[in-house]
Design a protein. Sequence first.
Length: 135
Amino acid sequence: MIAAILLFLGGLVYVAFRSQTLVMFSWFHALNLDSIVETIREKSISIQLPDFCKYCLPNGLWTSSYILMVEALISVDNHQMLWASILPGIAILFEILQIWHIIPGTFDMGDWCCFFFPFIIYIVIYNTKYHEEVP
């Protein structure tokens, strides 16, 4: 449930505050969701979010959502840590590759942190939960 809420909140930030030139807005149009999108954008027009919340925080919310979904769906015996590391690992790598212009985009430390820190927190919790010393 928390994973779904985080996923929803990250998407809501994009719908409410990001540029309508993003590809997802053409998907909304194709799905005939324009009126819903416009209602959300109109309701949020008076809200002033810091740039970090508009541009980076959704990445952290989505990364956290993914990790929580893996935690819920994959048993420890089935390489849970490996599965939990795939998406954050790729995102972190892509962010770093932007520094050297190997892939398109602009490196952003805020994005990098929002991919990196949820995964580090997961590693700490995972190791505490599954590798506690038994007296």
